[in-house]
Design a protein around this ligand. Structure first.
Ligand code: SF4
Length: 225
């Protein structure tokens, strides 16, 4: 079986609690959501097709995998390619490298198929005001299945975030004991909201739930991918 990969590149993780670690990013070419703020090119234009073995040979020949903190599976939505991943991930495990899954946290059945190979889950809680879709129930199902895997939930927000969305996020975080990362939406390399607004949103979250951090996308400030 072969899968199209949009790009493979070395960079630092610019989001969430493992910020600053060197990662090898592998970007998959499709997503099951259409978020209004999405600025990621995961189209199949200029993508290359690999079998699991071919992809493993490529990354192990072209990169010194022992120097990376982790491999970031990103997209698009990597869990759409679970049949590929269940063959690819065991190959990588011969290296001392973690597997970091970036996911929109809506595909719990697919997570269950490969969860034994995942070390860190960077999951989203999507806000209907930012994405145009209400996916809170899908997120709950997803987090129910993340047990025993270090998981944090990222919430991208802008001026449209509502008090009811904040309460929904807090309820999910309490139920599944999640660390929350608030990430202001970016327009190109600028935050779409003011620092004052960020602080006010952080205050609303922390008035009811302490395990919350405000972390902008740092790679955009230091101009790396
Ligand atoms: S889940 Fe991520 S990749 Fe998919 S549309 Fe939303 S922002 Fe884009």
């Amino acid at each position: 079986m072969k899968t199209k990969i949009k790009e493979i590149f070395s960079s630092i993780q610019g989001e969430g609690p493992v910020i600053g670690y060197k990662q090898l990013f592998i970007r998959f070419c499709a997503c099951n959501l259409k978020c209004k703020y999405c600025d990621t090119d995961f189209s199949t234009d200029n993508a290359y097709e690999y079998s699991p073995t071919e992809l493993f040979e490529k990354i192990s020949n072209e990169y010194n995998l022992d120097t990376f903190h982790s491999i970031s599976l990103t997209g698009g939505e990597p869990l759409l390619f679970v049949d590929f991943l269940k063959e690819f991930l065991p190959l990588v495990k011969k290296y001392n490298i973690k597997i970091y899954l970036e996911t929109n946290a809506t595909l719990s059945n697919q997570l269950n198929i490969i969860k034994n190979h995942i070390d860190i889950i960077a999951a989203d809680i999507k806000l209907p005001s930012s994405t145009g879709n209400n996916t809170f129930n899908e997120h709950k199902n997803f987090f129910k299945n993340c047990n025993n895997i270090p998981t944090f939930a990222k919430i991208v927000f802008d001026n449209n975030i509502t008090d009811s969305e904040i309460q929904n996020c807090i309820n999910i975080a309490k139920e599944y004991n999640l660390e929350l990362v608030l990430q202001p939406k970016m327009i190109e390399n600028q935050m779409a909201v003011t620092s004052e607004f960020c602080n006010s949103i952080l205050d609303k979250f922390t008035s009811d739930y302490k395990n919350v951090r405000l972390i902008p996308q740092v790679h955009k400030f230091i101009n790396v991918r």
